[in-house]
Design a protein around this ligand. Structure first.
Ligand code: GLY
Ligand code: MN
Ligand code: MN
Length: 415
């Protein structure tokens, strides 16, 4: 048995134990291709549901992985057709279903009217089973970490290509093309998410899409991108100066974000709650914003009052791995917004082999600041003097270890 087959068996055994189901079968659905409205036979790129991919490693629509507490696992697959082979190729495939699987048309007869609880792409997914599987999926196994490292390597190649090409006159779009081509050349299968490239004031928009805007000397350039390998993602942000270097305010902000990331990473170890990782970063951001002359008060007070969140309006990171949002929130695990912090997608205690992004930022977002004009802990003259500043974010991917964490993206230069 190869490494993959052994790992799939381990994952399935762990899932079955976590589900502890006796009175029903479990059906994990891959999902179907989604037509682009009005575009005939054109569909959106297909990705198997993460739960199905985790348990089968198969990127193919229409499949259902079934678990019967007595019979064990039965892998129902959509048979490959001659038409598919003609139009899509499906390298290495032949008509029919792979050895050890059954055609999905057999599923209805196999079910024999037994009660079924559904997961994966099913519209009526079972929350208790999903929560249990999320917890099984969170510690990344060696196969997953290996794919994440490949994704990071491809991402590193892209950032290297891009960093050497930053200069006034280039457009956001030109840099996107260089970066993405290098991802694919270096072994990436896909982009992990739509590339964010934002120059000047565009960098205050958290998920900005690149445009034909030309870079200008003195701009900040924020790049947030990642390659995906075998379903596994890297998610990396760097913020660069365009021209001869950062100006004074940009330098304070960039140094603060770097230090905030370092403080958050230093806090990453088993047992620590994610909101405490956020707080570690946010306290450094408070200090930096005082130094910049934008906030007045003590860091703790500025955090609790929500003043820091005006400038760091997102959680400090998220789980990453199988896709850019891996093994997300199980029931009851979101937090806030409360206690001055922004909403956190997930707030749990860190465990060994968890993979997280750590991505503090500081942004001057006009829409947020306009709504906070009455506040006395913000120096509005200074804020107005920074109009058009944009934002800075630095994002690393970390793997929690027995007593701390490994920064998987440490080899991608910060600027
Ligand atoms: N690239 C989007 C994010 O950092 O979550
Ligand atoms: Mn990102
Ligand atoms: Mn991220």
């Amino acid at each position: 048995m190869g490494d993959l087959a052994r790992e799939l068996e381990r994952r399935r055994t762990a899932a079955a134990a976590a589900w502890d189901v006796h009175d029903a079968v479990v059906l994990v659905e891959a999902g179907a291709e989604i037509p682009v409205p009005g575009r005939g036979d054109i569909t959106y790129p297909f990705r198997s549901h993460s739960e199905y991919l985790y348990l089968t490693d198969r990127e193919r629509p229409g499949g259902v992985l079934a678990f019967d507490p007595d019979e064990g696992w039965v892998d129902f697959v959509a048979p490959v057709t001659a038409t598919e082979l003609l139009w899509s190729g499906l390298e290495g495939d032949r008509e029919g279903v792979p050895d050890g699987t059954r055609p999905v048309g057999d599923l209805e007869g196999w079910l024999r009217g037994r009660p079924a609880r559904r997961l994966g792409a099913a519209a009526d997914a079972d929350t208790a089973l999903r929560d249990a599987l999320i917890r099984v999926r969170r510690p990344k196994d060696d196969l997953e970490v290996g794919r994440m490292r490949r994704a990071v390597a491809a991402t590193r190649a892209g950032f290297a290509e891009l960093a050497g090409a930053i200069r006034a006159g280039r457009t956001e779009r030109e840099l996107q093309i260089l970066l993405e081509a290098a991802f694919l050349r270096a072994g990436g299968d896909h982009l992990a998410f739509p590339t964010i490239i934002a120059a000047g004031d565009h960098s205050a928009v958290l998920h900005f899409s690149p445009t034909a805007r030309e870079l200008r000397d003195g701009d900040l350039l924020l790049v947030d991108a990642g390659a995906e390998c075998g379903g596994y993602a890297a998610d990396v942000t760097r913020t660069y100066p365009v021209g001869s270097g950062f100006d004074a305010a940009q330098r304070v902000v960039w140094d603060t974000v770097r230090l905030a990331g370092e403080a958050a990473i230093a806090a990453c170890r088993p047992g620590v709650m994610w909101h405490d990782v956020h707080r570690a970063a946010a306290l450094v951001v408070a200090e930096g914003l005082r130094e910049l002359g934008v906030l007045r008060g003590t860091p703790e007070t500025l955090l609790d009052s929500g003043a820091v969140t005006l400038f760091l309006p997102h959680g400090v990171g998220h789980m990453v791995g199988l896709g850019i949002r891996d093994a997300g929130t199980a029931s009851g695990e979101t937090r806030g917004p409360e206690g001055g912090l922004p909403r956190l997608r997930v707030d749990i205690a860190l465990e060994p082999r968890h993979a997280w992004t750590v991505e503090p930022g500081i942004y001057l977002v006009p829409a947020i600041l306009d709504g906070a004009r009455g506040r006395r802990d913000v120096a509005w003259d200074r804020v107005d003097g920074l109009a058009g500043f944009g934002g800075v974010r630095i994002e690393q991917d970390v793997l929690i270890t027995a007593d701390g964490c490994e920064v998987l993206t440490a080899d991608i230069p910060l600027n």
